[in-house]
Every structure is written in C-alpha cells, then in structure tokens.
Design a protein around this ligand. Structure first.
Ligand code: GLA
Length: 392
C-alpha cells in the first residue's frame, strides 16, 4: 500500500467518508551543493521514492484537525486548532509543522477555511532526508487545494512561491533557520533527474540522472545518529557565512569566486575563513558535477563527492565520526565517491556504487559499524523519483 492509499483509507475510517483529495511529497537526497542554499548558491538534489501523503477535506468552521499515522504504526491525533489563532510558538513539537504551513498560507493571503488532514509519512525521520519538508510540502499542497489554489487550479501560486511559503513556515513558525533546498527538491524534482537549482535566481534545470540505467546505485547510509548540537551548529554556520559576506561587502558568499579566495580569505577573521572556502568551492563542485552529468559521465562525479565530504568535514566541520566511518568504509569497499548529506552532525551519507559492488559495500559498512559497536545503519538504494503531486 502506498502512503497515499493508506492516507485515503485512514481518512475514510476516521471521518466516516472520503477525503476530497490526497497530495504527497517526497524526501530528498542532495547529490552535491551542501550549505550553499542560504548563501544564494547552487544545489543538485533528487527526490526519494519515499513520500509523505496528506489526505484532506475542507471544513467551513476555520478549524484544522490533524491526525498522523506514525512510524510506530499508530494514529496520533492533535487537538483541533483555529487557523485564525495560529501564531509562532503555538503549537510546538510535531504539530508545529502542519500548523506552521497553515499559518504561512494564511499570512500569504490564501483563504484556508479549515481542514481535516490525515498524514501518512514513509520518509525516514531524523535521517537528514527531509521528512519534515515532505510533510510540509504535502500539507501546503493539500491546504492550497481546499482554497482552489493547488497546482493546476486557477489561483495557484508557482512552485517557487509555494517553496517560499513552506520556508516561511519552517523559519518563522517552527523556528529552524533553513534555506530553500529541501522544499524546492520535494516540490520540483522529476523522475530519473537531479534538479540543478540556482537559489539566487530561482531557476531550475532538470539534469538527466538515471543512475540505475548507467549501472550505478546511490546507496544511502542512514547512520541513525543525530547529535544534539545539530540545530545550534547549523545556525552558527549560517550566521558565520552571513557575517563573512557582510565583511567582504558582498550580498552573499555566492558572489565570491574561487579565484578570489587567496586575496579575500586573509581579510577575514580566522574562524570565518574555512566557512567561506567551503561555500565557494562547493558551488564550483556543483557546476562541475552538472557538467559531468550533462556529458553522461556519471562515474566521474565520484572525486567531486569525495572533495565535498572533505570540505564539509575539515572546513565546515559538520561531519560526525559515524558519517566519516560510513564514507571511508564505502570508499575502501569500492564506492566511486561518497559524502555526508544534509545539515550535518549526523543523519545520512551517500555512496555512488557500481551496481555489482553494492552488496559488498553494504556488507562492509554494516561490518564496520558492528566492529565500532554502533547501532546498525539503515541502508537503501535511492532511485531519483518524482516530486510532489496529487495522488487522487
Ligand atoms: C538542511 C537545510 C537545507 C540546507 C541543508 C544543507 O537540509 O534544511 O536548507 O541548508 O541542510 O545543505
């Protein structure tokens, strides 16, 4: 049963009749371009096959009711809330995500008259695979549908506008200072492609990335570890980048080129230099990766993934022992390239692996984690899949 089918069935069971629509949105893997989004730079994500579905029916009393089928396979109901009374800080916890989206849509001028939502998620949580954005994007589309403003309907905002509304929910309601990577990936990716997205211009280009067709697999290693300082660490890095741009008199670090680094870095306080070096070189690595993919040379992106990991580990300093173990082990066992992905301080790594070598790489990673006495990681092959859409 897909998450959309389950959401529809649970909705009918809970409310006694059918939902008016079901929308779903995927989690993502970012192939390369990490911590570049809030620096106005480039990213290259693709969508996971794992999706979060939201079955919806409009209400006329202004209330939002939310129930979710959790990974514990039980239904969790949140108290009904008046959309007109939503404000940042209330509710908190998990319910802040759907409520934050309703708030952002209200603030954005979309007349959401109330809705019943049934949420079923299959994106692994806490794994750096954007389960929260899958939830927020599917919720945004479902709620827009109740206002006649979902994609394909006359009053629909563009995907870029929806991504910004979801970002607002995440930044101003849930209080996470994240960029535009995750919601853009969830909304706009297409099957067998990676999305080359320029955050400054808002322009996206679908780059063919049929990894399986090329005999390669992108293996995801979810370390199942998230270190407690991940949120503070993210915010500190972001503020450091913004401060560096300001000191250099640039709008964003996007405006610094690699050729300028030798002259620009000495102008900065020592602690900001590695941050700038990471962002500037990472943007170049995205462009180089796109060039290789356009030429169909998928295997050639391996060294770029490795360089990205080294930069995130040594300059941006957001890797973890578990991520490094996953990356080093995968490479030693035959991966063509490997790196941590997402916000950092835990979560997942990816390894680009020839399909024939995948079982050996998987086993090597499992063995290495067992030898280090760590929880067994969750491993799966990520096939570039479709972005958000209406299921029924
Ligand atoms: C998290 C954030 C994104 C992005 C990545 C790092 O996933 O939500 O906006 O900054 O980290 O690339």
């Amino acid at each position: 049963m897909t998450s959309a089918e389950r959401a529809a069935a649970l909705f009918a069971e809970e409310h006694g009749s059918a939902a008016s629509a079901v929308w779903s949105a995927p989690g993502r893997v970012n192939l390369i371009g990490e911590h570049t989004d809030y620096n106005d730079g480039y990213v290259l994500p693709f969508a996971l096959p794992h999706r979060t579905a939201v079955a919806v029916r409009p209400r006329t009393d202004g209330l939002l009711s939310t129930a979710t089928f959790g990974s514990d396979r039980r239904l969790h109901r949140s108290p009904e809330i008046a959309i007109s009374e939503l404000h940042p800080g209330s509710p908190t916890g998990w319910a802040a995500y759907p409520a934050g989206v309703a708030w952002a849509l209200r603030e954005g001028g979309f007349p959401i008259g109330g809705a019943d939502l049934m949420i079923v998620g299959e994106v692994p949580t806490g794994a750096g695979l954007s389960s929260s954005h899958a939830l927020e994007c599917a919720t945004a589309l479902a709620l827009l549908d109740t206002a006649g403003a979902a994609p394909g309907q006359p009053g629909a905002p563009s995907l870029g506008e929806i991504a910004r509304l979801v970002q607002r929910a995440e930044n101003d309601f849930a209080g996470a200072p994240t960029g535009l990577l995750d919601q853009t990936a969830s909304l706009a990716c297409t099957e067998a492609h990676a999305l080359f997205f320029d955050v400054r211009t808002g322009q996206g280009e679908q780059i063919p990335f049929d990894s399986l067709g090329a005999g390669l697999e992108v293996l995801v290693v979810d370390t199942r570890v998230k270190h407690s300082h991940s949120e503070s660490g993210y915010g500190e890095r972001r503020r450091g980048c913004e401060r560096a741009a300001e000191l250099l008199g640039r709008k964003a670090l996007r405006d610094v080129t690699a050729a300028e680094l030798p002259t620009v870095l000495p102008e900065l306080p020592e602690e900001l230099r590695p941050l700038v070096r990471h962002v500037v070189t990472e943007n170049d690595r995205v462009l180089a990766t796109v060039d290789q993919l356009r030429a169909g040379r998928y295997a050639e992106i391996g060294p770029l993934l490795n360089a990205s990991h080294a930069s995130l580990r040594d300059d941006y300093r957001i890797s973890s022992p578990e991520l490094d173990l996953a990356v080093d082990t995968a490479l030693a066992a035959g991966a063509l390239g490997s790196r941590m992905i997402g916000g950092g301080f835990g979560g997942s790594a990816i390894a680009l692996v020839p399909a024939d070598d995948r079982p050996a790489v998987e086993q090597a990673v499992l063995d290495a984690f067992a030898r280090a006495d760590l929880t067994a990681p969750r491993l799966f092959t990520a096939v570039p899949s479709a972005g958000a859409g209406r299921d029924r």
